[in-house]
Design a binder for this molecule. Structure first.
Ligand SMILES: [Zn+2]
Length: 456
């Protein structure tokens, strides 16, 4: 028959690691039950440096005040390990608190707990994890970072080896006040490098982190149209091909369209206000009636344009019937804006075409856009002309726009999700872990994973 203490060790996943010296059962005032196991690591696990794992001479006696580590709940019962780790003197790392075999350095949880939280963070929404594991979101961030460091300790170096096609993008977080730069390996879909802020100096840091050999293997660098990307390529990887991601080009067209929409909306409001003044200075009741009607039309048009940002941003095939009607109204009342919408849609379709058709249709598109009466659209056309060869480079070198856009959206989503983490390192660890396809192990599973989960 298994002995109760040995069963308890299995509950806390510390078999072969500790001696259980005592145990305590507590029921708090809310009726929540917890079990505390007083443990002592086996001799071979004692006095180990948490950084290098070396056995070191003790510095303090073991009389330090005891600490608690939370293990995974056992049948809904809170489970803790209690131990008072002493300090040791490592020849390389100085005086440090000795490592304990059941937890990562600096963690108040067992290794299984940290890993399970990281696994859950991959799949579950924030509120579910908080409720299930009884921890807040900031703690989730710290668990994820520890799990990432443990599962992929050399990841940061390894990821920079053998890069061929890479993409750089800046993502905003903290409601657009702060930026981070993310470098992606297009061939694996992995995030290889993340850094706070954006711009030339940050991208330079990325290339500085690479060895000569690592730089030599890079073939394509894609991104938006920013000049600092060109500058960095010229300086560090002059042999590489500069690519512009087509989805960024469609974004430029979307932004231009939105600028135009705002301009039209504002000019309609100004017109309505002008009519208001005319009404005040007028005595003829018939004329006033006519002006009132005109003013009302302007105001209605202005409101409709104000609320059409979402409609104009969508492709025709994705519009709801209401949005289609709104678009039909715009086509009638604001032909210039409708034409700009059509140009945006055409551009989106052209950039999905094979390279030979691409050139032909983009040429035609450019002619139409550059002859637009709107300065915004003319500027857009000029910008696209300037980056034309870089756009073709992307298509010619087989960088799939859909894939680049998908990973870009995934990162943006992850960043938004990780926004509540306490610090940037937690956020970076989360983005890297989720994008890396590293398998996060769960406790008490067979070492060799089965093809199919075992069910009954
Ligand atoms: Zn050490």
């Amino acid at each position: 028959m298994a002995r109760p203490l040995s069963v308890c060790k299995h509950f806390a996943h510390v078999n072969e690691q500790v001696v259980i010296e005592d145990m305590d059962l507590n029921v708090d005032k809310d009726g929540v039950v917890s079990v505390i196991l007083d443990v002592r690591p086996y001799k071979r696990h004692q006095r180990r440096c948490p950084h290098c794992g070396k056995r070191c001479p003790g510095y303090d006696s073991m009389s330090a005040s005891p600490r608690l580590w939370r293990a995974l709940d056992c049948g809904g019962i809170l489970l803790y390990l209690r131990h008072a780790p002493g300090r040791i003197q490592c020849p390389d790392h100085g005086v440090v608190t000795s490592a304990v075999p059941w937890a990562f350095h600096g963690s108040g949880f067992t290794k299984e707990f940290d890993l399970q939280v990281a696994w859950l963070a991959k799949y579950l929404p924030r509120s579910s994890i908080e409720k299930l594991m009884r921890i807040d979101w900031k703690t989730v961030g710290r668990c994820v970072e520890r799990a990432q460091l443990h599962l992929d300790p050399d990841a940061d170096k390894r990821r920079l080896d053998g890069l061929v096609n890479i993409g750089v993008d800046e993502t905003s977080y903290r409601k657009g006040h702060k930026y981070m730069t993310v470098v992606v390996n297009h061939d694996t879909g992995e995030v290889v490098w993340v850094h706070e802020n954006h711009g030339k100096s940050v991208f330079e840091k990325f290339f500085e982190d690479l060895s000569q050999e690592q730089r030599a293997s890079i073939r394509c660098v894609s991104g938006d149209g920013a000049r600092w990307i060109d500058d960095c390529i010229k300086q560090y990887v002059p042999h590489a091909i500069r690519c512009v991601d087509p989805f960024h080009v469609v974004q430029w067209a979307g932004d231009a369209l939105d600028t135009m929409r705002t301009q039209i909306w504002q000019s309609l409001r100004v017109e309505a206000r002008g009519i208001e003044k005319q009404i005040k200075n007028n005595d003829d009741p018939q004329e006033i009636r006519r002006l009132r009607a005109e003013q009302q039309v302007r105001e209605l048009q202005a409101t409709s344009i104000k609320h059409s940002a979402y409609t104009l941003g969508k492709g025709k095939e994705n519009l709801t019937s209401f949005q289609s009607q709104r678009l039909a109204l715009i086509a009638e009342s604001q032909p210039a804006l409708y034409k700009a919408y059509q140009l945006k849609e055409q551009l989106r379709i052209i950039l999905k075409m094979p390279i030979d058709q691409d050139r032909y249709f983009l040429q035609k598109w450019y002619w139409r856009a550059s002859h637009s009466r709107s300065q915004v659209i003319k500027d857009l056309a000029r910008k696209i002309k300037r980056h034309q060869e870089n756009i073709f480079n992307t298509i010619q070198n087989g960088l799939s726009n859909a894939r680049i856009e998908a990973i870009n959206n995934k990162i943006k989503l992850l960043v938004r999700r990780a926004y509540g983490f306490r610090n940037l390192q937690n956020m970076f660890a989360y983005v890297k872990l989720i994008c890396s396809n590293v398998d996060i192990p769960l406790p008490n599973r067979p070492v060799v994973s089965l093809d199919r989960p075992v069910g009954r």
